[in-house]
Write a protein that binds this ligand. Structure first.
Ligand code: NAP
Length: 310
């Protein structure tokens, strides 16, 4: 009997993923039926993105696993109708893209690039930027994406501090955890990067109290998730000058509403959730490997802890 795999994502992704998944499943030696429409009781695996619109897993009575195409799983992790393992996306292409985006925005702040890009007014202000080794960058979240970005920043010579729920050991990075670790991490964060997942424990982690711990004029880069930041507190901190600038890629409501104060704020750069995306060629391999594992009774990779929500 073939393995039945339902592809539930934005329709325009189907022609991209269908050949990649088919090839990967063939290479894995599996007999399979891969489609965007399969009778729910016959489905073994769901290749899933929230944009596919699937919210009720109850009819999928023989489902073995849901394989998320997204790294962030906040919209599905707490779904009570999902009773089978949920794997999230950990993809080399996604990590590479995020690393490039984070490094780019950190370098923009570090080098003060806006000064020269936006002000071509004849002023000959010769203020050379410091070296990376004189700049403290902090990353909250040292998972697949945070660690990759941290390693790249270390390679460039930055002083990198990272904070995570469990303490990590990453060469060249000062790794911290716990409430005291967060305070210590924020106190020296001239440039702060948020790469935490959106969970009950991380909501509004950047709030009036934690913003107050940052050095005067600190810059914030958020490619994590919108709810990590208390928006009113950030706007207050930007308006008072406590925080120098923020680059925000993710928001509580997306697309960010046109009248949201972030759009017109002179100290905010809005990017439309483009920091990094799942790369089909590498992501399809990850999905196929997990289906192969499921069929071989091997443990799935990249499982979500449903209690923790990531
Ligand atoms: P991940 O591998 O699950 O890493 C999450 C990190 O956050 C881990 O280091 C984890 O600690 C830490 N963490 C979680 N809860 C915490 C808490 N309460 N306190 C302290 N640390 C906590 O996730 P990832 O693959 O790196 O992705 C991170 C996030 O990036 C995703 O969840 C998603 O929201 C976002 N993302 C954004 C884009 C974009 O284009 N903007 C693209 C992809 C992903 P432990 O290591 O101890 O578990």
């Amino acid at each position: 009997m073939p393995v039945n795999i339902l592809f539930s994502a934005r329709p325009k992704l189907w022609p991209v993923y269908e050949p990649l998944l088919s090839r990967g499943l063939q290479d894995a030696g599996l007999e399979f039926h891969l489609a965007t429409d399969i009778t729910p009781e016959d489905v073994d695996y769901i290749v899933y993105a929230p944009t596919g619109g699937l919210t009720d897993f109850t009819p999928y009575s023989r489902l073995k696993a849901v394989l998320s195409m997204w790294a962030g799983v906040e919209t599905i992790a707490g779904n009570p109708t999902l009773k089978v393992p949920l794997a999230r996306m950990v993809d080399d292409g996604l990590a590479q893209g995020m690393t490039e985006w984070v490094v780019g925005h950190v370098l923009r702040y570090h080098l003060g690039m806006d000064t020269h890009i936006t002000k071509q007014d004849g002023t000959w202000a010769q203020i050379a930027p410091p070296l990376a080794s004189e700049r403290n960058v902090c990353i909250l979240g040292l998972g697949a994406l945070g660690e990759a970005a941290a390693r790249a920043l270390v390679t460039l010579g930055f002083n990198v501090t990272g904070w995570s729920r469990t303490r990590k050991d990453i060469a060249g990075v000062t790794c911290l955890s716990g409430a005291d670790g967060l305070q210590q991490a924020l106190a020296q964060a001239e440039i702060l990067v948020l790469l935490l997942p959106d969970t009950a424990a991380t909501t509004n982690i950047l709030n009036a109290d934690t913003l107050a711990l940052l050095p005067e004029g600190a810059r914030i880069v958020n490619p994590g998730r919108g709810p990590l930041i208390d928006d009113d507190a950030l706007l207050d901190a930007l308006n008072s000058g406590r925080i120098g600038h923020a680059t925000l890629d993710v928001f509580r409501v997306e697309p960010l509403p046109v009248h949201h104060p972030y759009w017109a704020h002179p100290k905010v750069t809005v990017t439309p959730h483009i920091a990094s995306e799942t790369r089909p060629a590498t992501a399809a391999q990850v999905i196929c490997d997990n289906i192969r594992r499921g069929e071989a009774d091997e443990p799935f990779l990249h499982l979500v802890d449903r209690e923790l929500g990531y």
